[in-house]
Write a protein that binds this ligand. Structure first.
Ligand SMILES: [Zn+2]
Length: 105
């Protein structure tokens, strides 16, 4: 879990996805269902509006999944059971080989 400081550091490193401009300002919050508010940015150089939080949320979700799998794995839950469990929670992207890769890595 990232600390608030780490998250703020990430925001400070924000650059525009179009031309990698560094002159970015915060441009209000966008409310997204089931996710709360995310920060929106605007590039002062090319005037592009963008959000970066997609990746952040995805990563966080991913970390949660891995943690869950590791946990079950060390409780000696079989891979089959583990996959069943994972599919119940994340039906879209739970696959045996994916889980296996996370744990073995
Ligand atoms: Zn730009």
């Amino acid at each position: 879990m990232k600390s608030k400081e780490q998250i703020e550091k990430t925001y400070k490193k924000v650059s525009c996805p179009k031309r990698n401009c560094k002159n970015i300002k915060k441009d209000g919050l966008r409310k997204i269902e089931h996710r709360g508010k995310i920060q929106r940015y605007r590039c002062r150089e090319c005037n592009l509006r963008f959000v970066l939080d997609e990746g952040f949320y995805r990563t966080r979700n991913h970390e949660k999944k891995i943690t869950l799998c590791m946990d079950l794995y060390y409780k000696r839950v079989s891979f089959r059971k583990l996959q069943e469990h994972l599919q119940a929670f994340y039906p879209k992207n739970a696959h045996y080989s994916t889980i296996y890769r996370w744990i073995i890595r």
